[in-house]
Ligand binder design. Structure first.
Ligand code: ASP
Length: 335
């Protein structure tokens, strides 16, 4: 599908794979199918109505199951988005992506794409070959959102199941339900109704054009591990992270980011050695605040409302310029 109607806006669809491009052996196969099997042209041809919405060009950035997402692919996507959005003739970008790591890629782009033009991620929960596949409607809505003037300046968005989410606040909340995306710490931005976006809330944290984070194709993201807290902890995971050369550790603590005493001493020592330690939570929702005095004195950073996987992304980007806890903490309160 190439640009040929001059009156329509130009949207670029960047494909990365996922269930939206997945195929099963039959129309009833909804698990165990192959994600990322179909090319971008096949996805676009499945939605002929897109020809009335935009002049679309498709590009394949990757064709993977998003469980296998890499930092290299995320960097490639970010660079391509920045390149394309700098072109006057490109109105917006839609990225087709697996749902498993959509929130991480979305947040990475939210912080590293410097444009107010819409960038919309979408995918599906059912493979393209399934009865009532949700991919085509999601793709249609995503393109409609990408060409809408009201969508400008809202940061990177996720359009799934007739809903619009900010990449900062969205999480995948369910393994199989079509309404899997949720915002446990905020509100969704809006809904798609009759092919048009209706916005009801606005994100107040910094992103895109106001972001201080810049990456390029040669950027090497610092090594940051996530440690999931649990009863019976012995501190070995924290020790292993230090041994493996971590520049940062995100500790998915209990409740309000509480640290098991078995790991506390190891993490305090790591912080004293200049490794950034961020306390997040294994709870589904809620804020993580400063907490106990020994954590603050050690220079632990608290994640605010970012879950561990997004805290890791922000920490990696922050560590590109500083490992000073006060500076990193400022970032966690601003983004
Ligand atoms: N495993 C798939 C993926 O993330 C799931 C999906 O797309 O819904 O690529």
């Amino acid at each position: 599908m190439n640009a040929n109607n001059n009156n329509l806006p130009h949207v670029v669809v960047l494909a990365t794979g996922g269930t939206i491009a997945g195929t099963g052996a039959s129309d009833t196969q909804m698990t165990g199918y192959q994600a990322g099997a179909l090319g971008v042209e096949v996805l676009l041809e499945a939605v002929p109505a897109l020809k009335q919405v935009a002049n679309i060009t498709g590009e394949e950035i990757a064709s993977i199951d998003s469980k296998d997402m890499t930092e290299e692919i995320m960097l490639k996507l970010s660079c391509r988005c920045n390149e394309l959005l700098a072109q006057d003739d490109v109105a917006g970008i839609v990225i087709t992506h697996g749902t498993d790591t959509m929130e991480e890629t979305g947040y990475f782009l939210h912080l590293t794409v410097h444009s107010d033009k819409p960038v919309v991620l979408t995918g599906s929960m059912r493979p393209a070959t399934a009865i009532s596949a949700d991919g085509p409607a999601n793709l249609y809505n995503a393109v409609k959102l990408a060409v809408a003037s009201e969508a400008k300046g809202r940061g990177v968005m996720i359009a799934m199941n007739d809903e619009i989410f900010s990449a900062r606040d969205v999480v995948k909340s369910n393994t199989e339900n079509l309404a899997t995306f949720a915002t446990p710490n905020g509100a969704k931005l809006g809904i798609m109704a009759g092919g048009k976006p209706r916005f009801y809330t606005q994100l107040l944290r910094k992103h895109t054009v106001d972001s201080e984070f810049f990456v390029n194709k040669d950027t090497v993201l610092p090594k940051v591990f996530i440690i999931y807290s649990h009863a019976g902890e012995k501190g070995e995971m924290a020790e292993a992270a230090v041994e493996k050369g971590a520049k940062g550790i995100v500790y998915a603590g209990m409740g309000m980011g509480s640290v098991h005493q078995a790991s506390e001493a190891v993490l305090i020592k790591a912080a004293q050695q200049g490794i950034a330690v961020v306390r997040s939570t294994r709870s589904y929702s809620g804020i993580v605040e400063a907490g106990l005095p020994q954590w603050t004195e050690a220079g632990f950073i608290h994640s605010d409302t970012l879950p561990p996987n997004k805290a890791r992304i922000l920490l990696q980007l922050g560590l590109l310029s500083t490992n000073r806890p006060a500076e990193l903490q400022r970032m966690f309160l601003e983004y």
